[in-house]
Ligand binder design. Structure first.
Ligand code: PLP
Length: 405
């Protein structure tokens, strides 16, 4: 645990740290910590996050237990907060980066370039040249044009052929409409790399973020094996990397996914024990580890209806409502009194756009300006995509780290 406490990302973030023993067990424990933060920081009058570092440690252990043969390469896009990146680096994770800035962020934490996979099938030339400079030399592709670009900008780079996962994963965010070679494109894309003299180290896929039908991993692993065999039939050097992407959700769903993956790996890759298997989990590590506390900054009463403004919204970290289909269920920080009356309420974000509406027709007790609303499971695809619209900067939101002593 000491290693986590000195993780560079945690120190550099100038976070205020609170010591405690275990991962926060439930919503009451989270609320208790938020109250403690506010009690000891009376000057804290704007939205902030609590980052439960011990939860990340627990999730990392659960990953190692569930998928012992799969090295997690955390998908930085999911939440690039340096405290989270630093913790995962200290725990021994690799990283999936999609741009120069993401590569810079992890290399700044002393992560070795060989522990980074440049997992964006379409890369700007300047970013590829930077990857060449710093020695990030494993990247995904799913088009012939990308092969030519890699050859031009980073000739020493090895490729992972990104294949489209099977349909039917019922994912929260489907990535297959944008990325992944179709079955009939696999051989032409392998040939393109062969002709160009660019090495293909293996295959990657992503079944979609938050996949509900976990059997989709089995189909994707089977398709990956077919691509390995196609490369062998073309006389290419044996592939050695299988990248099973992300899509994982923490909790019982992860255990189910792990069982499917372990069984499919044994079935389809059991005869290739030297293949290195990596994954690109994002949501799995980030989602439940972050809680948002937002402050009520305005109120309007219309008969029995209550309308509130809070200081984070759809242009800030709650962009996840649109981008990630997050369904907000905010709860007041104040402990509810038995039998307390609730009102049909609307909660708006702080900007002047009417789209900036967090919930409508939602039951809340009477609240006042200066009260707080707590949003759980706010770590995935939130702050990373927030904007500065109307002068409300997502980056101004503070992060408090809670960790085990
Ligand atoms: N890898 C790639 C290439 C992605 O595009 C994404 C998400 O968009 C991830 C990994 C992380 O996915 P998740 O957060 O579902 O684990």
């Amino acid at each position: 645990m000491q290693a986590v406490l000195v993780a560079p990302g945690v120190k550099d973030r100038k976070v205020l740290a609170f010591e405690r023993r275990d991962a926060l067990k439930d919503k009451d424990a989270v609320s208790g910590l938020v109250r403690a933060i506010l009690a000891s920081n009376p000057a804290q009058r704007s939205a902030f996050y609590v980052f439960d570092l011990a939860k990340v440690v627990d999730l990392f252990r659960a990953w190692r237990r569930g998928l012992p043969g799969v090295q997690p390469c955390y998908a930085v896009k999911c939440n690039p907060d340096p405290a989270l990146l630093g913790a995962l680096a200290a725990l021994g994770a690799g990283f999936d980066c999609a741009s120069r800035a993401e590569i810079e962020a992890v290399l700044a934490l002393s992560v070795h370039s060989r522990d980074v996979v440049y997992a964006n099938p379409c890369k700007p030339e300047a970013h590829l040249e930077y990857a060449a400079e710093v020695g990030v030399s494993l990247a995904t592709y799913d088009s012939e044009e990308e092969v030519a670009k890699v050859k031009r900008c980073h000739s020493g780079c090895e490729l992972l052929l990104r294949i489209k996962g099977p349909d039917g994963g019922d994912a929260r965010v489907d990535l297959g409409t944008k990325y992944g070679a179709h079955a009939d494109e696999v051989v032409p894309l392998l040939r393109a790399a062969q002709r160009a003299g660019v090495g293909v180290a293996g295959v990657s896929f992503h079944v979609g973020s938050g996949a509900a039908n976990l059997d989709v991993y089995r189909g994707a692993i089977e398709a990956a094996r077919a691509a390995f065999d196609a490369a062998a039939a073309l006389g290419m050097p044996p592939m050695r990397v299988l990248d099973i992407g992300g899509g994982f959700v923490s909790g019982p769903t992860f255990d189910e996914a792990a069982a499917v993956i372990n069984s499919a790996l044994a079935q389809h890759f059991g005869d290739l024990p030297c293949v290195e298997v990596i994954g690109e989990p994002g949501r799995y590590f980030a989602e439940t580890a972050f809680t948002l506390a937002a402050r009520v900054i305005g109120k309007r009463t219309r008969g029995e209806v209550r309308e509130y403004w809070i200081d984070d919204g759809l242009y800030g970290s709650l962009n996840s409502i649109i981008m990630d289909h997050y369904v907000p269920t905010p709860r007041p920080l104040a402990t509810p009194r038995p039998g307390e009356k609730t009102y049909t309420s609307t909660v708006f974000g702080p900007t002047c756009d009417s789209l900036d509406t967090v919930v409508t027709g939602y039951q809340l007790p009477e609240m006042s300006v200066g009260d707080w609303l707590v949003f759980d499971d706010m770590g995935a695809y939130t702050t990373g995509a927030g904007s500065n619209f109307n002068g409300f900067a997502t980056s101004d939101i503070k992060i408090y780290v809670a960790y085990s002593s």
